[in-house]
Design a protein around this ligand. Structure first.
Ligand code: F0G
Length: 491
């Protein structure tokens, strides 16, 4: 069932910058609801969009993780899954596909992204280390704390400048990184680059930035340093490099991914994104000794080296999906859909973070609901109201939900920093929705905004009395179990 990148990139004059390169074979019906029902539902669920049962969410843009529609080839491949415990046939096909994708020789399967990260961090991040990144994803940040290390987010200045027109606002600030190495090289054994930078409005990273990180590490390192790429959505990042970084226009996205990887020592991937599967992940390692260090950890945590917590059929689906997900025609269409949504928002006066890049579009909630102070979660409030209006689901990434703990004193809740932007993430489940779904999402946001100051701000509920005190290492995960309440009822 596997298909080569070349085969999928056969020449065409069909304009795949205007129409998708696939058609639909299976459809999933959604549950019809009314505004009154949705208001009642969300009230019952504590005015919390993330608490809603998903069947009542009509267009679910909460995440692009594990929500892809799989292709006919992937479904057929799953029937061929070899479910033998050791060395199943499906593993060899996947290993081969991932060696091609990453350009690295050693592959460890993992059941999803965070389990692969877990073994990598446990092995390579030491107590007291500083772990610089362009901005750690929630789970790698938690892995730092679990290993008594300090995550350091060093997003480039362009990200903080709303008017900046760069396509690479996800870069790491290499001036700061170089300074950190000059002063603290003995404390740095691991550098993480997330491409694209999910928690910074999904902004991509440039090839030049990756190359510069490699140079800095090689110049200043005082001990072994692992340069790690968090590559959940690397194929989508590659598309932006192809379009907007000089010298890459004639390369395929697969070649660009391979070059990005060539600067790193290892990568870990949540394949639930660009792997186009509902479950799966892997770690790729360049050096044999490093691979060997991870082997026992994988066996302890995820399973044998040839399945890593996945069924044989999952391995098959990923072997096909990883190549479909890096196909240029498909990626062009993904960016086009993203533009459809962002433009539909702009046309209605719904403020978006610019640029909107392949993974999704981010809404600047502080402009949509200016009456709600940052600390009272304008993003949280807008998500709830948009659900009431249109049954649509988004993720709030505002100060209330994602304000950052102080890394030197993470348990001090008083010290939580407000987020630079009050964002809502509208993530794009791959191949799952049509342009008209996205028009409806923009319309729902617009209708929500029309209620203006009738929409309440939010506060965090007091911690449940029986909850044990949160430990430093868990504080960054609290957004996923905290409860919030509105200051008054939604309209
Ligand atoms: N790295 C990045 C950049 C991610 O966005 C995620 C997950 C992970 C690692 C962890 O992968 O979920 O397979 O264990 N992101 C999802 C999201 C949950 O909605 O952004 P996982």
């Amino acid at each position: 069932m596997r298909i080569s990148n070349e085969e999928m990139l056969a020449p065409t004059d069909i304009p795949f910058n205007q129409v998708p390169p696939y058609r639909v074979k299976v459809v999933e019906y959604t549950k019809p609801t009314t505004r009154a029902q949705r208001k009642e539902l969300i009230k019952q669920h504590n005015w919390s969009a993330p608490n809603l049962p998903a069947e009542y969410v009509y267009v679910n843009m909460v995440t692009d993780s594990g929500t892809s529609a799989m292709s006919d080839r992937q479904w057929v491949a799953m029937w061929l899954g070899d479910e033998s415990y050791f060395n199943c046939k499906s593993w060899y096909g996947l290993e081969d596909a991932l060696q091609t994708f990453t350009g690295m020789k050693y592959i460890l399967p993992s059941h999803q992204g965070r389990s692969g990260e877990g073994i990598v961090y446990e092995e390579f991040v030491k107590a007291g280390d500083l772990v610089p990144s362009n901005c750690h994803f929630t789970t790698t940040r938690a892995h730092c704390y679990y290993n008594d290390a300090i995550p350091m987010d060093m997003t480039c200045p362009e990200y903080y400048d709303e008017k900046n027109t760069s396509w690479f606002k996800g870069n790491i600030d290499t001036v700061k990184l170089e300074q950190l190495f000059k002063e603290n090289a003995d404390k740095i054994g691991f550098v993480e680059l997330v491409a694209p930078n999910n928690l910074c409005a999904g902004q991509p990273v440039s090839m030049a930035n990756i190359r510069e990180v490699r140079r800095i590490i090689d110049k200043y390192k005082k001990r072994d340093v692992i340069f790690s790429l968090d590559v959940a959505r690397i194929s989508e990042n590659a598309w932006i490099i192809k379009k907007y970084e000089a010298g890459y226009g004639d390369k395929s996205c697969l070649e660009i991914v391979q070059e990005m990887m060539s600067y790193a020592d290892l990568s870990h991937m949540s394949a639930k994104k660009c792997g186009l599967v509902n479950m799966g992940g892997f770690v790729s390692v360049r050096d044999k000794i490093n691979y060997m260090k991870l082997q026992p950890k994988l066996i302890r945590m995820d399973g044998f080296l040839t399945y890593g917590g996945l069924a044989g059929r999952d391995l098959e689906a990923l072997a096909v999906g990883i190549m479909e997900g890096v196909n240029d025609y498909y990626l062009e269409d993904k960016q086009r859909q993203c533009d459809v949504f962002a433009n539909a928002c702009k046309a209605r006066g719904v403020a978006t973070f610019n640029p909107a890049c392949t993974l999704g579009a981010w809404i600047l909630a502080e402009y949509c609901l200016p009456h709600i102070p940052k600390k009272n979660g304008p993003g949280t409030a807008l998500c709830v109201q948009a659900y009431i209006e249109g049954g649509v689901g988004f993720t709030s990434m505002d100060s209330l939900h994602r304000g950052r703990e102080d890394s030197s004193d993470p348990t001090n809740v008083e010290k939580i920093q407000l987020a630079p932007y009050e964002l809502i993430r509208c993530a794009f489940p791959r191949r799952a929705y049509t342009d008209s779904h996205y028009e409806w999402c923009a319309e729902s946001l617009y209708r929500a905004m029309q209620w203006g100051d009738k929409i309440p701000g939010y506060v965090r509920q007091k911690m449940d009395d029986i909850r044990p005190p949160l430990q430093k290492r868990d504080i960054g995960l609290r957004a996923f179990f905290d409860e919030y309440e509105p200051l008054f009822e939604h309209p």
